[in-house]
Design a protein around this ligand. Structure first.
Ligand code: MTE
Ligand code: MO
Length: 373
């Protein structure tokens, strides 16, 4: 593969792999702003970054199980209603290094910063599909086609030199409220090459792997995409399954990501003087479920205090559909008093749904070990 024409990158990024380029910001830099600057946004590529230099000729083929296949040029996509969605994109491998401490896992060794929160702007996929005759809110049982596949122009070794690809269910693709975008801007600027120039898919609330960059075609399929990243990667197995007895076809591809929280103002093991310590981090839930609360413990999980939390910049989070960015992370902060060597734990509580806001569930925690100096 040819890596001689990679784009420039910010020198502060922590590089996990050079070719293909995989990098994340330092965790302390990550939670400094609600919207992650493009320079500090993690980059996850599976091959060389492709070059699109003729925007006039660049187009997306919409094909598969439809009556009238169509080529959409950038000018056609720019004509559609323009939407901006604030969404956190998270790699399914985020925090893999910590997971490997419990049991060795394969893949890029990410710390806690293989995610970022951006304002994505573009056309809604539901509007694009309507252009080719697929009505809004087409349920998966209504049509011959049941899945919408996104195929890229890049090439990767997992696909034996073929393009990166993924699919989502037709019901999600045609639902305007799912906010699936064909995005041409990130944080108000045209996408840069690393993030998918000139056009990428953004599937909010779903693992990053489904948000295909450098879009080449959209394929309406009867079955879900059979590509490597849908069928032989990004699946969850119980502890009894190992690399020698794995049977990939027994599990569904991972789609919505689970609730997640991580402390970013401290390293996993950190020395400090006794006194006040700032605990700051992020919490995010897939599927648009939102974050109900973040609690922090300085005694390894015996007692808890609620952290203050910020979603839209400067405004304490308001719990309703309109004032929350439901696809976005929440930044939390609390000042704690440290008197002993101890373990600090953060816990995010997510909402099962905006309708059932009273019902909540706990999930992932992260632990930080503090030693007094
Ligand atoms: N799309 C293409 N065409 N090629 C890729 O390698 N990587 C996927 C996804 N889309 C990928 C892709 C994965 S695994 C993730 S986590 C996100 O893009 C990363 O997006 P980012 O680099 O913009 O942060
Ligand atoms: Mo990923």
């Amino acid at each position: 593969s040819d890596y001689s024409q990679e784009p420039p990158r910010h020198p502060s990024l922590k590089i996990n792999s050079k070719e293909p380029f995989n990098a994340e910001p330092r965790r302390s830099a990550l939670t400094q702003s609600y919207i992650t600057p493009v320079d500090f946004f993690y980059k996850r590529n599976h091959g060389p970054v492709p070059i699109v230099d003729d925007l006039e000729r660049y187009c997306v083929d919409i094909c598969g199980l439809i009556e009238n296949p169509k080529k959409l040029y950038m000018r056609d996509i720019w004509m559609l209603a323009k939407y901006s969605v604030t969404a956190t994109l998270q790699c399914a491998g985020n925090r893999r290094t910590a997971m490997s401490k419990t049991r060795k896992v394969r893949g890029v060794g990410w710390d806690v910063a293989a995610l970022g929160n951006a304002v994505w702007t573009g056309a809604k996929l539901a509007d694009v599909l309507e252009l080719v005759g697929i009505p809004k809110l087409t349920s998966t049982t209504q049509m011959g086609g049941k899945h919408v596949e996104f195929v890229s122009i890049d090439k990767c070794k997992e696909e034996k030199g073929g393009p990166y690809k993924a699919s989502i269910p037709l019901g999600q693709a045609t639902n305007p409220e799912a906010d699936v975008l064909l995005a041409y801007e990130m944080n108000g600027e045209p996408l840069n090459r690393d993030h998918g120039y000139p056009l990428r898919v953004v599937v909010p609330g779903v693992i990053g792997a489904r948000s295909v960059k450098w879009l080449d075609s959209i394929n309406i399929l009867a079955e879900e995409c059979q590509g490597f990243f849908m069928q032989r990667d990004y699946k969850m197995f119980p502890p009894s399954v190992d690399w020698d007895n794995i049977n990939w076809s027994t599990r569904r591809p991972q789609m919505d990501f689970p609730v997640q929280s991580a402390i970013c103002s401290l390293e996993d093991v950190q020395a400090t003087k006794p006194g006040k310590v700032k605990v700051r981090g992020y919490a995010v839930s897939g599927g648009g479920r939102g974050i109900e609360r973040v609690d922090v413990s300085v005694d390894g999980g015996k007692t808890w205090v609620e952290a203050s939390r910020f979603q839209k910049p400067g405004i304490p989070y308001v719990v309703d559909d309109i004032h929350s960015d439901k696809w976005a992370w929440v930044l939390f902060e609390v000042i704690v008093d440290i008197i002993n060597s101890t373990e600090i734990v953060a816990k995010a509580v997510y909402c099962l749904s905006f309708q059932l806001r009273k019902k909540w569930k706990l999930l992932i925690t992260i632990q930080v070990h503090i030693f007094l100096t």
